[in-house]
Design a protein around this ligand. Sequence first.
Ligand code: UGA
Length: 435
Amino acid sequence: MRIAMIGTGYVGLVSGACFADFGHQVTCVDKDESKIAALHRGEIPIFEPGLDALVATNVKAKRLDFTTDLKQPVADADAVFIAVGTPSRRGDGHADLTYVYAAAREIAASLTGFTVVVTKSTVPVGTGDEVERIIRETNPAADVVVASNPEFLREGAAIRDFKWPDRIVVGTDDERGRKVLGDIYRPLSLNQAPVMYTARRTAELIKYAANAFLATKITFINEVADLAEKVGADVQEVARGIGLDNRIGSKFLHAGPGFGGSCFPKDTRALIKIAQDYDTQLRIVESVLAVNDNRKRAMARKVAHAVGGNLRGKTVAVLGLTFKPETDDMREAPSIPLVTGLLDMGAKVRAHDPVGIEQAKKELPEIAYYDDPYDCATGADAIVLVTEWVQYRAMDLDRLKQVMASPVVVDLRNVYRPEEMAAHGFVYESVGRPS
Ligand code: UGA
């Protein structure tokens, strides 16, 4: 199969490289010349474990190429995937579809022969209808099917999620469209990933409903964590105790500082807007968003509480800044409202992150950054662990205690064991566990 992938962000680049790895002929297209030039030099514009090697292998095998001009790749393609950004629109929280519609218009002009145009970006219900309308208006002679094929990969585990998905959702009622997408994903049937064929609008809603449900699960356990702290229970055991029930499932029940990232906050906001457009209210999702925003802000107060109530003049060392480990992505990271809150309360803040410092500096320019976590902790009145990078799990606790001015650790990811921290003489607070 010949594939044109429009957009070389997370979804576009990972999907393009993985499709090429399946044996398809893939051209990734992006308007950003510097990005394409970098990709030609073998430089990957995002941090994603394994992606550089996957891209290099497939470029070398001549199955993967990059260009700024979509004309030829679209003309040659059996399927054109639209994987451009759909950020939150400034002001109202709707998904901004400018890039999707611009891509549709450009694609339309270059289509030749039968082509399936597939939206892979997360797009509101009904976007496929509009993409189809634009294409038919721009090029009435085009032999085209517009399908939805949402992507469920996670940053940091993107390649694994793409190659071993729980399911593949193909949204089109058209048999020719289903056949082309079925052929593209055939290599995954070896991994026994079920392909679910459905209508286009249903596929579009599946994506939002999945993300909103996962965000709800996280927010639910975060609220249970607050209660567990009050009643003297352990939220991790509660999560395990409920998660062993297959109807509930054990994943995404890890309590923490609130969800961040480029997807859950944006997609829950957009879903609420979609519902409003159709005179429907998704009250649970609305609450999830509000509770999560409050929670992120409340984390600074938790730190203040741990140091005895007053942060003025205190030095706080933040370990981990990215919204989760194995990424340099700072979008909507819980560390941002946390650090802002700490500064507002008069604390001096310093931070360490294994890969996120460059991105973090753009969001939080006013704090001090360290390349080594022990240097960061030296002289600190408290440490706050915000992102559960694996290297923090293996920290030398005696050394850490020695370098700190006072041994207070606020662990927002429950990385350490309370008994262990107590044994090392730390004042230790975590999330939803007796301290
Ligand atoms: C999420 C979904 O998990 C993917 O399935 C989806 O494809 C993607 O959004 C998307 O729409 O593109 P991602 O945002 O990369 O993926 O990261 P997650 O691993 O889902 O984490 C999101 C946030 O939730 C992080 O801040 C993480 O720390 C938090 N989280 C996750 C928890 O606090 N507790 C958990 O149990 C799980």
